[in-house]
Design a protein around this ligand. Structure first.
Ligand SMILES: NC(=O)c1ccc[n+]([C@@H]2O[C@H](COP(=O)([O-])OP(=O)(O)OC[C@H]3O[C@@H](n4cnc5c(N)ncnc54)[C@H](OP(=O)(O)O)[C@@H]3O)[C@@H](O)[C@H]2O)c1
Length: 309
């Protein structure tokens, strides 16, 4: 370890501290004593607390959440911000509007995953990436629920699932790999084993087909990954249900095929911290509230997963 830059961390006696920068992130994270400079008991104590603080900083993981303005993405971003002793959070959103929706902080970058050149500022220096971007179908105008029938959906030009859920996810994975990212968590969807799944006909987008292709690309990337294939997402309270792990869409044949968005978000954050989540792909749902035991032990949850894809 070499110490390179002097920094004025403490107003008095500050000159005895020097710092280095991390290679994986630009966080300043290591301080060294200059043995040539005399100190008393108080300054030693202060030095030690700075060292402890900076060590805590060096253990902090810088995590980018893409789709951070989305319904699950914003919960993940918030959870990371709340756990600031463990994470330095970043978000990627598509517009100023989405940025202000999640607080407008400087750690929120604006970019479009279908334009890889817009991703570099957000991805540079991160340790982990959580992908929560997804093509968003729009309802065709003119649908009148009082007349019965089903609404029709479409995707905007350039924002079809092929472009967002395949090429856009692929661009993020490529950029993350080039930046030396140590883990990628990707939220996908159950239903991908069935080419005739109704979601594939939505807006003629074949969304589950493209999502599955991106999942495969991630699994083949060599980067430690966690692929969470969520069941039907619900805007309900998290932390109060027993979570269920499945594989190959088997849960879709049961009565337990939904999961609350805050629970998916918590699984994303836990996956960043628990080794057992790495190199795994799994379906995620939950028992109904009031049945089963709310999941608290995520290491045990991830240990149940037997599938790499
Ligand atoms: N809905 C369900 O029941 C269900 C079930 C299982 C799995 N899932 C999957 O779970 C994940 C999270 O779902 P969700 O409903 O929470 O997501 P969501 O609210 O639809 O959010 C998707 C986000 O992706 C962003 N996005 C889309 N195209 C982009 C682009 N080109 N560049 C940058 N960002 C882009 C959107 O940005 P804007 O805010 O700018 O539009 C939006 O914030 C998705 O992958 C979804 O497919 C959903």
């Amino acid at each position: 370890m070499s110490c390179v830059t002097r920094v004025p961390i403490i107003s008095s006696n500050s000159h005895f501290l020097q710092r280095t920068t991390s290679s994986s992130s630009n966080n300043i994270n290591t301080f060294c004593f200059n043995p040539l400079i005399k100190s008393n008991k108080n300054t030693t104590r202060r030095r030690l607390s700075v060292v402890v603080l900076s060590m805590a900083e060096s253990n902090r993981s810088t995590v980018l959440v893409t789709g951070a303005g989305g319904r699950t993405g914003q919960i993940v971003y918030k959870k990371l911000k709340e756990r600031s002793s463990e994470f330095t959070a970043r978000g990627l959103v598509r517009s100023e509007e989405s940025k202000s929706k999640i607080g407008g902080a400087d750690d929120v970058f604006i970019g479009d995953i279908t334009k890889p050149e817009t991703l570099a500022p957000a991805i540079g220096g991160i340790d982990a990436l959580v992908i929560l971007t997804s093509a968003v179908p729009k309802m065709k105008p003119g649908f009148d629920p009082t007349k019965g029938g089903r609404p029709e959906f479409y995707f905007e030009d350039g924002q079809y699932p092929e472009q967002v859920d395949w090429e856009g996810q692929k661009s993020q994975i490529d950029a993350a790999k080039a930046a030396g990212v140590k883990q990628i968590v990707l939220v996908g969807s159950m239903g991908g084993t069935n080419i005739n799944h109704p979601l594939n006909s939505l807006g003629n987008g074949n969304i589950l087909v493209w999502k599955r292709k991106a999942e495969q690309y991630l699994a083949d990337s060599g980067i430690p990954y966690t692929i969470i294939r969520a069941g039907g997402l619900q805007d309900k309270e998290g932390g109060i249900r027993e979570l269920l792990i499945g594989k190959d869409d088997e849960l879709l044949q049961t009565e337990t095929k939904t999961v609350a968005r805050p629970d998916v978000a918590e699984v994303c954050v836990q996956a960043l911290q628990i080794e057992e989540a790495k190199f795994k792909a799994f379906d995620l749902a939950s028992k109904p509230e009031g049945t089963g035991t709310p999941t608290k032990d995520f290491k045990a949850l991830f240990s149940q997963i037997t599938t790499r894809f």
